[in-house]
Design a protein around this ligand. Structure first.
Ligand code: SF4
Length: 172
C-alpha cells in the first residue's frame, strides 16, 4: 500500500551552479525510489551545451556507477551521436528521474517504468538543469518532460529521434 505523502517535489535549490544542484540532488529523498537505488544519478556534460538529451531514468549500470548513459542505452547514444557527427562531451545528458526504479528477477534487477508521481517529484532537478544549461535543442527519449523549456524549442534531429526509439525499445 503506497502513501501519497511519500511523494513531494524535490527540494532543488534556486541556483545557477550545476555543481550546487548536483550536490543537493545526492541527498534527495523526495520519493520512495531512493530507498532501493544505490545513488542519485545526476546529469553530466557541458554546462553550456546546445543539445540536452533526456532519458527516462538511470539503468542498472548507471545506478552502480553514478553516471548517466554508461550502460546499453549509453552505447547506443554514443553510436547515434557519432553517426550525427556530434561530440558527446559538447552535450549534456541526463534523466527525467534520477534514481533507478527496479524489481528483482532472480539475481537481476529489472527496470520498472517510473510513474507519474515519480516523474513529478523529480521534475525540479531537471527543471534546474535546463534553467542552467539553457539548451537550444532538447531531446527526450522518454515522454516529453513537462517543462516550459519545450515551448518554442526545436525537437530532436532524425538521428536523435532514432536513438530515442531504439533506447526505449531495446536498452532496458
Ligand atoms: S527519484 Fe528524484 S525525487 Fe525521487 S528520491 Fe530520487 S532524486 Fe529525489
Amino acid at each position: 500500500m503506497t502513501n501519497s505523502l511519500e511523494w513531494r517535489p524535490a527540494p532543488a535549490p534556486a541556483t545557477h551552479d550545476l555543481a550546487v544542484l548536483r550536490r543537493a540532488a545526492k541527498k534527495c529523498t523526495a520519493c520512495p525510489l531512493h530507498r532501493h537505488a544505490t545513488q542519485t544519478v545526476f546529469g553530466e556534460g557541458a554546462s553550456d551545451a546546445s543539445l540536452v538529451l533526456v532519458g527516462e531514468q538511470p539503468g542498472d549500470a548507471e545506478d552502480r556507477t553514478g553516471q548517466p548513459f554508461v550502460g546499453p542505452a549509453g552505447k547506443l547514444l554514443d553510436r547515434a551521436l557519432e553517426e550525427a557527427g556530434i561530440d558527446r562531451s559538447a552535450t549534456y545528458v541526463t534523466n527525467a528521474v534520477k534514481h533507478f526504479k527496479w524489481e528483482p528477477a532472480g539475481k537481476r534487477r529489472i527496470h520498472r517504468k517510473p510513474g507519474a508521481r515519480d516523474m513529478a517529484a523529480c521534475r525540479p532537478w531537471l527543471e534546474g538543469e535546463l534553467r542552467i544549461v539553457r539548451p537550444r535543442v532538447l531531446c527526450a527519449s522518454a515522454e516529453r518532460p513537462h517543462s516550459p523549456w519545450w515551448a518554442g524549442r526545436r525537437g530532436c534531429s532524425a538521428t536523435a529521434a532514432r536513438f530515442s526509439s531504439r533506447t526505449s525499445a531495446r536498452a532496458r
